[in-house]
Design a binder for this molecule. Structure first.
Ligand code: PLP
Length: 412
């Protein structure tokens, strides 16, 4: 038995996606920049994929720049906006005062945003990192207080990868624009899980990644709002309208396009779209909370992605739980995948104010379109058994509160 509840780390390719990529590894291997028929075949594949990815977020095909994934798109968005401003400060004549550009992001971002933001700070920009509420939300009020006339860019994610909590991006983007700043959102986790309209969100830049939505790894896109010129990070040929040099990964992009088409169909299908997926996630949550005292949902009460739940089980070491479940054939995550093996507890849960012990007792379960009710019921059974077993160890038992007077005490 193998049950995979770690879809926020990555998702399996759908068979249709594999088929859509196959020709571009074999007969249709052309370089999309070549004028001959092989090149034209590849170019047509890029056009089709660009149209499908754009349609998924209600953007125009010309607003899509293909990249090597979410990390590159995040790096491109932040660096592309800030680097010119930092350089402008360096060109100020000696004696004249130069204002440093200001970047705002949030404490719950993925490291693909946080680390590039820190790197830009080291290069000469001012950085503000907005705090999260205990339920994992970035409040518009805290952005309003942080904006200055020097703020050039605000970057806040659409949905958090660990808790699934949705951020008030429309409000945040409007505040940024009112202060004269651009707005970027990392939509890697939200894409293909919820209907999305980049223009209605009001963002200037938006990050996508194929492998979180049943597409291939190593492919992503950056939505660049029409009219916005962004400094390129890759220099070479005129690929991607001179916005990202380098021969395009045609099979990967074709797979991304097919994954986007399938996601659009899924989102519109009431039988199998986000609502039934959320119902399955809720069924799992309810089962676990009812069966296990001293447990709860991190981010409860906020609007969340339909597929994600982040749960704590006090007095249980999440890493030990993950290993115990892996031995039983159930794959889950304790924190984000990029942190696996790190000794630090999740920076997202810590930013929400969880005590270290509770952050270390938290796991993330993330379902995909392929998850079945049977898998959910088996997973719930396995988790209840494993948590109960780990809690029966003397050290864990001592850390738990005395038995509740009610049937069970569930912290939510
Ligand atoms: N942003 C978020 C919110 C993510 O969850 C991830 C991957 O975990 C990334 C960015 C990085 O995307 P990629 O793996 O395509 O580089």
């Amino acid at each position: 038995m193998a049950i995979y509840l770690d879809a926020n780390s990555t998702t399996p390719l759908l068979p249709e996606v594999v088929e859509s990529m196959r020709p571009f590894w074999t007969g249709q291997f052309g370089n999309a920049s070549s004028v001959h028929r092989h090149g034209q075949q590849a170019h047509a594949a890029l056009d089709r994929a660009r149209t499908a990815v754009a349609a998924l977020i209600h953007a125009a095909p010309a607003e899509i720049v293909f990249t090597s994934g979410g990390t590159e798109s995040d790096n491109h968005a932040l660096t592309g906006v800030l680097l010119d401003r930092i350089a402008a400060g360096l060109r100020v004549p000696p004696g004249a005062s130069a204002s440093r550009p200001h970047l705002i992001t949030s404490a719950i971002e993925h490291h693909a945003v946080l680390h590039v933001a820190e790197s830009l700070r080291d290069l000469g920009c001012d950085l503000t990192v907005l705090p999260a509420t205990p339920s994992g939300r970035i409040e518009p009020e805290s952005l309003a207080a942080a904006l200055t006339p020097q703020t050039r860019l605000v970057s806040v994610m659409l949905a958090n990868n660990e808790t699934g909590v949705l951020q008030p991006v429309t409000e945040l983007a409007a505040l940024a624009h009112a202060a004269g700043a651009l707005f970027h959102t990392d939509a890697v986790q939200a894409t293909g899980k919820l209907p999305m309209d980049a223009h209605a969100l009001g963002v200037d830049l938006l990050t996508l990644s194929a492998h979180k939505m049943h597409g291939p790894k190593g492919v992503g896109a950056l939505f660049v709002r029409r009219g916005l010129t962004l400094r390129s990070l890759h220099f070479g040929g005129p690929h991607e309208r001179e916005r990202r040099a380098g021969t395009e990964n045609v099979p990967g992009i074709a797979g991304f396009g097919r994954a986007a088409e399938l996601a659009s169909t899924w989102l519109d299908d009431p039988q199998s779209g986000p609502a039934p997926l959320a119902a399955l996630r809720d069924r799992l949550e309810q089962h676990l909370l009812a069966a296990l005292p001293s447990s709860g949902v991190n981010g409860a009460g906020e609007p969340r992605l339909p597929n994600t739940t982040n749960l704590f089980f006090d007095a249980v070491d999440a890493e030990a739980l993950l290993i115990a479940l892996d031995l039983q054939g159930l794959s889950i995550s304790a924190g984000s995948a990029c942190q696996s093996g790190a000794t630090e507890p999740s920076h997202v849960l810590r930013a929400m104010g969880l005590p270290e012990a509770r952050a270390r007792s938290s796991i993330r379960l993330s379902l995909s379109r392929l998850t079945t009710p049977e898998e959910i019921d088996t997973a719930a059974r396995l988790i209840v058994a494993a948590v109960t077993r780990l809690r029966s160890r003397p050290s864990a038992a001592a850390a738990l509160p005395p038995p509740p007077t009610r049937a069970f005490a569930t912290a939510r």
